[in-house]
Design a protein around this ligand. Sequence first.
Ligand code: MTE
Ligand code: MO
Length: 387
Amino acid sequence: MARSRISRRSALLKGGAAVSSLSILRLAGPAHAFQTPTAGVVVPWLDMLEENPVPEVIVRQLDWEQLDSWITPNDQFFVIKHFNEPALDPADWRLEVSGLVATPMSLTLDDIMARARQEVTFTIECSGNTGLPFFNGGIGNATWAGTPLAPLLEEAGVLDDGIEVVFWGADAGEQTWGEVTITEQFARSMSLTDAMAPENILAYEMNGAELPNLNGYPLRLIAPGWYGIANVKWLTRIEVRDARYQGNFMAREYVTMREEERDGETVWTFTSVGRDRLKSAPAKVIREGDAYTIMGAAWGAPIGGVEISIDGGDWQPATLGESDGDANAWTFWTFDWAAPASGEHTVTSRATDVDGNIQPAPDDPLLAGKTTYWESNGHITRTVAIE
Ligand SMILES: Nc1nc2c(c(=O)[nH]1)N[C@H]1C(S)=C(S)[C@@H](COP(=O)(O)O)O[C@H]1N2
Ligand SMILES: [Mo]
């Protein structure tokens, strides 16, 4: 314990000088930058992520201490990939719309780009984010552009038996199911009703640029309001089926196991990760002279408010900042931290949605009874040292 504390501190001291000079440049930056403060230095968090043991899966994370723009630049956007990274050539890539449809389709990228264009600014979060000690940056906010999914399914003409829509990626990997080892293609599904939601788009553009390869070039599903896993990258086929789909990412991984009470009896429930949950996180502490400001983000529902607890004390309101007034994108917030005493402090945030629901505490039965790390939307506590 003592040793790790020392090494954390020395890492922190080394990082400190570089962080402060860069921060000043960054804070003077783009129009979408945090409004306050206009200058200042980041006071680094003392708690640090463990070393990422799966860099081929968690390829890139948001660095909260660097967060200074409401839109996450593409080169800083987090990347999760479970299998290989496809390299799809747009010349021979096609999107197939098949299965229980009256008119199967095979579309080129040009066909798709010639269709109606729709944009959405959507904060994607991986449902594993903050559920593991090496993972807290599985989140980013981008403006996605593409063509709406519903009219495409309407044109294909879903047959009466079609109840499930499967989105297939081009990536695949070895999976062992019982005694059988196979090569499973990445796929996730949704009910037809969920798939037909007007906000869903097949996106070919991210923040005004071509979709980066790691984020699913040339086409991905963007399903606003759904956890990351639903947003299938490197899309090649949309298939309508007559039964629920039960692939690895529906029925084995991305399954939340929870202990629940039923009239005094314990039952275990298993649910496939679906829609985003109300959540917030402190992003960074900024010092400007003697003034300290805590900044952060809240997402997963239309945000009504955010509160901060210092050292486990009373909840105090933060000020809501940048948002686009749309529940699909995160809301930034700031908190004036008046004259903190020198020494170590904890900073905890919790969000409330416009209906009054509160982000759960880690000991809330909803989270305490959960044994898998998915959907960990409990309060996030960070630690910082004030000089
Ligand atoms: N084809 C495919 N799509 C995928 C994945 C994947 O491994 N393969 N990962 C999913 C997961 S778990 C997340 S959190 C998001 C991450 O999107 P990003 O890498 O663009 O940030 O993509 C989802 N779509
Ligand atoms: Mo994810």
